[in-house]
Design a protein around this ligand. Structure first.
Ligand code: DX5
Ligand code: ZN
Length: 335
């Protein structure tokens, strides 16, 4: 499973429809988290794609989970076929004119995730009667029917939080998906609104672009957007950045390193560019991950001050002539 928070569901609507088996293998190879399957009936939307039989045939071509997105007028009539086809989740539209709850119940009874999707003009309040039957809320940020349309930011800005609130009664779980126009330009904004799954179609199939790189880029941008939002707009600290906590003579640095590491925080000890000690060896720097620097300061600033005093006292012993060798009288220089 991918690192980070956001998941990418690859829509194969814009793949070569003559070779869908290749398309699902390709998105798997590119590192997508799921396959998003757009089913259209030429009635609910003015376009026609594939149905349950095609999905069933694709099922054995990949291990990725299948998210079916049914843009059809009568999902209730065909639901058994889509369950039988091996869909892991099935999402259909709240705007249909047939009863909705029985179909959601059938999906859940089969042990799959049940979702409702909304056209851009449909308010989230339309989902409220079904909130306790939902595992997925799919916010459409284009009019359903075609790939490659442009992203409707205002729709998501308005709906993202109320969609999340539908899951507020649960301790855990519930996914918000965004479908339509997700790409490297919109990903950061989408991630910033806490969306769990970005459905990405045409952006993965642009000629001349590497699909794997596109998946990683969109996922990373969405995660970065989320981090920025959590940090109130302050840039997130890169996970690999280290900060110098203190510089000390080697044997004292080693003791403090052991203390910090005992609390589960990794420390890198490096010979620094700082002062040269009377024994001819420069101070060592203790580097801690910047993401936990504040925690290290909270836990160990008193020990740091003690260590700095100990270092001064140790240096003074050289001036006194009490110590002649390069090793301290007490403590270990190991490390
Ligand atoms: C549109 C479909 C989308 C579409 C997304 O009706 O539901 O899943 O394929 O494609 P892009 O990413 O091109 O908007
Ligand atoms: Zn879709």
């Amino acid at each position: 499973m991918a690192d980070g928070r956001a998941r990418i569901a690859a829509s194969i609507l814009d793949a070569d429809l003559g070779n869908l088996a290749y398309a699902v293998r390709r998105v798997q190879g590119a590192g997508a988290d799921r396959v998003h399957l757009d089913v259209m009936d030429g009635h609910f939307v003015p376009n026609l794609t594939f149905g349950a039989k095609t999905i069933k045939a694709l099922r054995r071509r990949t291990e990725l989970p299948f998210d079916a997105h049914l843009m059809i007028s009568e999902p209730g009539r065909y639901i058994e076929e889509y369950l039988d086809a091996g869909c892991d989740s099935i999402t259909f539209h709240v705007e249909i004119e047939e009863p909705i709850a029985p179909t959601l119940e059938a999906i859940r009874a089969a042990g799959r995730a049940a979702g409702l999707s909304l056209r851009p003009g449909t308010p989230i309040s339309a989902l409220e009667p079904y909130a306790r039957l939902l595992d997925i809320v799919m916010i459409m940020t284009v009019e359903p029917g075609f790939g490659g349309q442009s992203f409707m930011a205002d729709v998501l800005r308005e709906k993202a939080r109320p969609a999340r609130e539908l899951f507020a009664y649960r301790a855990y779980g519930g996914e918000v998906h965004v479908d339509g126009g997700a790409n490297r330009d919109s990903a950061e904004f989408i991630g910033g609104l806490g969306v769990d799954v970005l459905v990405v179609g045409s952006a993965l199939f642009l000629p001349g672009r590497d699909m794997g790189r596109e998946v990683r880029l969109i996922r990373a941008l969405a995660d970065e957007g989320y981090q920025y939002e959590l940090n109130d707009g302050v840039p997130p600290i890169p996970r690999d950045r280290m900060s110098t906590f203190v510089s000390l003579p080697r044997h004292i640095a080693a003791q403090l390193r052991a203390e910090i590491e005992a609390g589960g925080i990794p420390v890198i000890m490096l010979r620094g560019g700082g002062q040269v000690n009377p024994d001819g060896v420069r101070d060592y720097d203790l580097l801690v991950p910047s993401t936990v620097e504040a925690l290290v300061i909270e836990r160990h600033s008193r020990a740091r001050d003690d260590a700095l005093r100990e270092a001064d006292a140790w240096r003074a012993t050289f001036a006194d002539g009490t110590v002649s060798g390069s090793e301290p009288a007490t403590g270990s220089a190991a490390g």
